[in-house]
Design a protein around this ligand. Structure first.
Ligand SMILES: Nc1ncnc2c1ncn2[C@@H]1O[C@H](COP(=O)(O)OP(=O)(O)OP(=O)(O)O)[C@@H](O)[C@H]1O
Ligand SMILES: [Mg+2]
Length: 234
């Protein structure tokens, strides 16, 4: 589902720029649950933003579902972000003026869904993350764990096949973290590909595979099914 070859990202600034990713090669199969770990500043969010088509690598290639990201037009990138990829962030990024239901409806609205279908689907999604009966509450009337579950429901709205989560439990206590993790594991069990950045070792241990990063490189283990000439290398 995801194939990255020699991915580099250098942020502009200073004389030489800041190398945040320094040659990542790995692949992720459909339905895998991968935890990305590593010290602060090692490039985890940078990688996730590239996988989510929010940012572009400076060099190297990224293919999603066989589509080369570098060859996508702006429209294709937006369409892929809307339909193929769901995002969950540490800080939830919900609109506080809208109800839980309306937050989940937003991506459906962008996709041009009819009003009734949209509300029905949002209801189902909120039920699936355990928020039945809380549809009308606004984020400020929900706990952190509940907010994150609304954010997950929103990320699922357009039935993406890839879910990217950047420290989704970073603002949550341990029991809410486990609930969120259980939901993500359940999704992966149904065939969703999940890539989750986390600092939590216990949660990372529950993922199917860990990619550990350090200083913009993959420290261990080498990405399973490494494509290209690196095959077989350590
Ligand atoms: N927009 C930017 N411009 C310049 N440098 C950046 C930018 N975003 C990130 N960086 C730098 O790139 C490196 C990687 O940042 P990134 O946010 O990917 O780290 P991270 O692993 O997600 O860290 P954390 O665990 O703290 O979230 C850092 O050294 C950071 O300072
Ligand atoms: Mg980060």
């Amino acid at each position: 589902m995801i194939i990255c070859r020699d991915l580099h990202k250098t942020y502009e600034g200073g004389k030489t720029g800041w190398p945040a990713l320094r040659g990542l090669t790995f692949s992720i199969d459909r339905g895998e649950f991968v935890a990305v770990t590593g010290p602060s500043g090692c490039g985890k969010s940078t990688l996730l933003n590239i996988l989510g088509l929010l940012d572009e690598p400076s060099c190297g290639s990224y293919a999603l579902d066989g589509l080369d990201a570098a060859r996508m037009s702006d429209n294709e990138r937006s369409a892929a972000r809307l339909h193929r990829i769901g995002f969950v962030f540490q800080a939830f990024h919900l609109l506080n003026r809208l109800s839980a239901l309306e937050n989940v409806c937003l991506p459906l609205m962008y996709a041009g869904e009819g009003k009734e279908d949209m509300r029905r689907r949002a209801h189902d999604l909120l039920a699936r993350v355990g928020l039945k009966g809380k549809e009308r509450k606004t984020p400020l009337e929900l706990s952190g764990g509940e907010r994150q579950r609304v954010a997950i429901a929103r990320a699922l709205a357009n039935s993406p096949r890839l879910l990217l989560a950047d420290e989704p439990t970073g603002n949550l206590d341990s029991s809410s973290s486990r609930e969120v993790m259980d939901i993500l594991l359940g999704l992966a069990g149904e065939g969703m590909t999940v890539v989750m950045v986390t600092h939590d070792r216990e949660l990372a241990a529950r993922a199917g595979r860990n990619i550990r990063m350090r200083d913009g490189e993959i420290e261990s283990p080498s990405g399973r099914g490494r494509p290209g000439p690196q095959d077989g290398e350590k």
